[in-house]
Ligand binder design. Structure first.
Ligand code: XMP
Length: 516
């Protein structure tokens, strides 16, 4: 088994970043909520070290999160971060107090002693930038610990017990504002916990293929293929694992980008030789959407129609035992997290969620342990073309939610052409990979223009491009004006039906990435 680190989550907004940093250093890690941790879980998971995350609670109050005390006696190296430091200190007999001097943001750490955590990066006397976010602070150390770093408002900013391999820091090494943070975490995972750093995508691929084979046995698997990164990677991985036991269903809603449906079919059916059912339901979707203007109603109609068609195709081939889905790690964490949870529904996302129950299928989810960028790396490992692996996210309801107002075949065509020009220029300018998502929107607004001495009364096209790391928050992309001018000229000259182009500079929040 590859060496692994266990991250115990106390609810910090940065816990996923800890997992990312650990994995970036070639060590497999999983996040488990503190209230699900028992000594037996840890024995079963068999980590080489444990990281305790930060969290919003205060150990100075009763009834706040703790892990079983016996975990500190298992002989495993432990690194506590922020709340993780405080709970470690409190549970091992030290003192934590609420402090009036809170620290948020950049802070300077004075290195006061050497320890294994700092090997190769920090030595006594160094002043290093770290990132803090705390109200409580340690006031007295448990036996066996020494102070190795202090900051203005945290006299115990970094502490160590080299004999037991216990380390704890008040600052957050997982955020980029602690510039040496990744190395510090690597010191913990590689040098202190002794992990080998051999968790590679090639190894992961082989491991998942073996897992899928063991799970599926000689069963049949159905996979909804959309042409997006996640479902494409799932399809190719499963094809490698179980070949003809896999059938992919591609429901063409007619709301795809220009030529996208053709590209998907040609890659998967012709190139990979995957059994692929291409159900072209463009007319049906357009019929059902005719006259509908409310965004949520559009989403619901598309989601329900999609599932009906998927089910119809599954029944035609005699059903299947398993449904393959591209569930990612952040989705898993969201659903098992002990705190928060999904709040108000801003938009109802469509997927094949209702199907497994309705059709009595078990789930195969080979990407459950991966972050989005890891899925892209796995895609590369599987030989998927760059155009698929690096593709911007595309919503299930497709262009229907980029056409505010009613959806008509003419509007879909106009939007596809404008969108293709925009993306073509982005590719030519070498900007595609810097942008999280870029697309055109066709507004239900007509304005007056003048072309070749004649009056026009055509639609307005909006352009959107955002940077983001996870789609949860986003900033608009700062194109230069020449670029926007060039795209605008091309769209107006080449696409009949558009005579005005605008650029959307709303961030998320308060806007969302899509317009509907
Ligand atoms: P919003 O518009 O909510 O979008 O800021 C965040 C991300 O989610 C994508 N999105 C969807 N993806 N089905 C999907 O699979 C959907 O119904 C859907 N709606 C939005 C959106 O493109 C962006 O990447």
């Amino acid at each position: 088994m590859t060496d692994r680190i266990l991250i115990i989550d106390f609810g910090s907004q940065f816990t996923q970043l800890i997992a990312r940093r650990v994995r970036e250093s070639g060590v497999y890690s999983e996040i488990h909520p503190f209230n699900k941790i028992t000594k037996q879980n840890i024995i079963d998971y068999n980590p080489k070290g444990i990281i305790l995350s930060g969290g919003p609670a205060s150990v100075t109050e009763s009834d706040t999160p703790r892990i079983p005390r016996e975990i500190f006696d298992m002989g495993l190296p432990i690194l506590g971060i922020c709340y993780g430091q405080q709970t470690m200190v409190d549970q091992l007999g030290g003192t934590v107090k609420s402090s009036k001097e809170r620290e948020f943001g950049r802070s300077i750490l004075n290195v006061t002693a050497d320890c294994n955590l700092f090997k190769g990066i920090w030595t006594v006397g160094n002043e290093k930038q770290v990132w803090m976010s705390h109200g409580d602070r340690v006031e007295a150390l448990p036996d066996g610990f020494k102070i190795v770093g202090t900051s203005e408002n945290a006299p115990y900013a970094a502490i160590a017990n080299d004999d037991k391999n216990f380390y704890a820091v008040q600052f957050h090494p997982e955020v980029i504002h602690t510039p040496d943070g990744s190395t510090l975490l690597k010191n913990f995972t590689h040098m202190i916990a002794g992990c080998g750093g051999n968790w590679t995508m090639a190894a992961f691929k082989e491991q998942e293929i073996a897992k899928v084979r063991a799970q599926v046995n000689d069963g049949r698997v159905l996979c909804g293929l959309s042409g997006g990164v996640d479902s494409s990677v799932v399809a190719v991985l499963l094809h490698e694992a179980i070949g003809k036991q896999l059938t992919c269903v591609f429901v063409d809603t007619g709301m795809m980008r220009l030529n996208e449906a053709k590209e998907v079919v040609s890659l998967f059916r012709d190139h990979y030789n995957i059994q692929l059912i291409h159900h072209d339901a463009s007319d049906l979707f357009l019929d059902k959407l005719a006259g509908i203007t409310d965004p949520e109603t559009k989403r619901k109609i598309i989601g329900a129609t999609f599932i009906d068609i998927f089910e119809e195709e599954a029944t035609k081939i005699g059903g299947a035992d398993f449904l393959a889905q591209g569930t990612l790690y952040p989705d898993v964490i969201e659903s098992i997290s002990f705190h928060g949870g999904p709040s108000v529904t801003i938009k109802s996302h469509h997927n094949v969620g209702g199907l497994p129950d309705r059709m009595n299928m078990k789930l195969v989810e080979p990407l459950r342990e991966l972050f989005k960028d890891e899925v892209r790396r796995l895609g590369k490992e599987l030989g998927l073309p760059k155009a698929f692996v690096g593709r911007h996210p595309f919503p299930g309801p497709g262009l229907a939610i980029r056409l505010p107002g009613d959806v008509t075949p003419t509007k879909v065509k106009i939007l596809q052409l404008a969108d293709a020009i925009y993306l073509d220029e982005i590719h030519k300018a070498g900007l595609y990979d810097e942008i999280w998502q870029a697309f055109a929107i066709l507004l239900p607004v007509q304005t007056v223009g003048v072309m070749g001495d004649a009056r026009t009364y055509d639609f307005v096209c909006a352009l959107r491009a955002v940077t983001s790391t996870d789609g949860m928050t986003a900033d608009y992309y700062h194109f230069n004006m020449e670029f926007l001018g060039r795209v605008t000229n091309r769209i107006i000259n080449e696409v009949q039906g558009i005579n005005r182009v605008v650029y959307d500079i709303t961030s998320k929040p308060p806007g969302t990435i899509e317009w509907e």
